[in-house]
Ligand binder design. Structure first.
Ligand code: SAH
Ligand code: SF4
Length: 379
């Protein structure tokens, strides 16, 4: 046994309701304190334990002695001409992550007017190395814990309040649509992801409907099957980007581990379990995946899954030698799918003028730091 007092390292918001309950019970507090504490975290959005004025001093001291409450630090915000705002946050250990707010006013046509979307990161960097992706380019650093995932949404709300609160606020919080499409592969950080989704979704948490929460994956088939077994109706988006193993192998190394047949049958299992439609995301990259054989294969897969296909013209990334196809190529690909009876939309990327594609802002900021370091060493 050692008498050394250990500094707390677990964030309060990485606990779920049961853990808060058992911790407070262990310390001998009444059960209504649980509701009070969760209320401070997720309804009043406290950013320090000191703020929790109606909790007894003893409880606040116990909390401070065992847990951290450490909000993300805003490093940089970039506003796009179309209203999209991109945020770069610093984590407690100095690592950088990003989130993107897509206000309702710039949503796709047909969006309800009060739907503000936030694109959330799940890891620092990404281990999957897709050839077109800025997050893949920088490699994998670490998983985010649940509080670092959850606080991206809370931090955007804090930012909105502090910056004058110009966006119309739907009932509850500002953000009511969450897409796990930021940096990282959410299903590779499964346990922290599930915990964060529970906090987003629970009535004691942010109370955002499961149908308003989308998990995007590059195709981790076993984890898709695990997610299928969860009772919540989370929405699933598959980053397909190639409709044959041949093309997918070239741009997404994950395909060698879980080839298309394995991925598609996991998607079928998901659909069967949930009775819900899956989205397929397909980036169009010039001379890579825009040929007629891809139209043929993609329409076959889309019919098998009865899914909607979202086409996204590739967003150029510094240091990656891939090209966005012409509008004509995009139109031809879309029309060919449409003629085959596939429900298809073209997503016009938001915030292209601010590098809103995942990982780009962090990549640029890392490069700047690297340059500064080199200059610093030389001097
Ligand atoms: N790892 C997960 C989620 C994060 S990526 C996944 O791959 O699904 C979110 C989406 O952005 C994915 O569909 C990804 O393929 C896409 N994306 C990555 N780089 C892009 C780029 N340069 N242009 C357009 N979309 C890109
Ligand atoms: Fe990772 Fe997704 Fe980027 Fe692939 S597309 S490198 S899985 S973040």
């Amino acid at each position: 046994m050692t008498d050394r007092i250990q500094a707390p390292n677990r964030e309060l918001r990485s606990l779920n309701a049961e853990e808060v309950e058992s911790t407070l019970a262990e310390w001998g507090h009444k059960s209504y304190r649980v509701t009070q504490l969760l209320g401070w975290l997720y309804k009043k959005r406290a950013s320090s334990i000191d703020e929790m004025s109606d909790l007894p001093q003893e409880l606040r001291e116990q909390l401070a002695g065992s847990f951290l409450l450490k909000p993300l630090e805003l490093v940089k915000e970039q506003r796009s001409r179309d209203g999209t705002v991109k945020f770069l946050w610093r984590l407690a250990d100095g690592e950088l992550i990003e989130s993107v707010l897509i206000p309702a006013s710039v949503g796709r046509e047909g969006n309800r007017s009060d739907r503000h979307t936030i694109c959330v990161s799940s890891q620092v960097g990404c281990a999957y190395g897709c050839k077109f992706c800025a997050s893949g380019l920088m490699g994998y650093k670490r998983n985010l814990d649940a509080s670092e995932i959850v606080d991206q949404v809370l931090a955007v709300e804090r930012w909105h309040l502090a910056s004058g609160g110009e966006l119309a606020k739907p009932q509850g919080g500002l953000v009511n649509n969450i897409v796990m499409m930021g940096m990282g592969e959410p299903l590779a950080n499964y346990d922290n992801l599930i915990r964060a989704l529970e906090i987003f979704n629970s009535s004691w948490g942010l109370n955002i409907g499961a149908r308003k929460i989308t998990v995007s994956t590059s195709g981790l088939a076993p984890q898709i099957r695990r997610l299928a077994e969860m009772p919540q109706q989370y929405h699933l988006a598959i980053s397909l980007h190639g409709a044959t193993d041949d093309v997918r192998d070239k741009i997404m190394p994950i395909n060698r581990k879980y080839p298309l047949e394995e991925l598609i049958s996991a998607c079928e299992a998901y659909q069967q379990a949930k009775g819900r439609m899956i989205w397929v995301e397909y980036i169009l990259i010039d001379d890579v995946n825009t040929g007629p054989e891809q139209v043929e294969a993609l329409s076959g897969l889309a019919k098998r899954l009865q899914c909607k296909v979202n086409l996204i013209p590739y967003n150029p990334v510094d240091g990656i030698e891939l090209k966005r196809p012409s509008d004509e190529t995009v139109g031809r690909f879309r029309d060919a799918l449409h003629r085959k009876g596939v429900r298809v939309t073209v997503r016009i990327e938001k915030g292209t003028d601010i590098d809103a594609a995942c990982g780009q802002l962090r990549l640029k900021s890392e490069k700047k730091t690297a340059v500064t370091q080199v200059v610093g060493q030389a001097g």
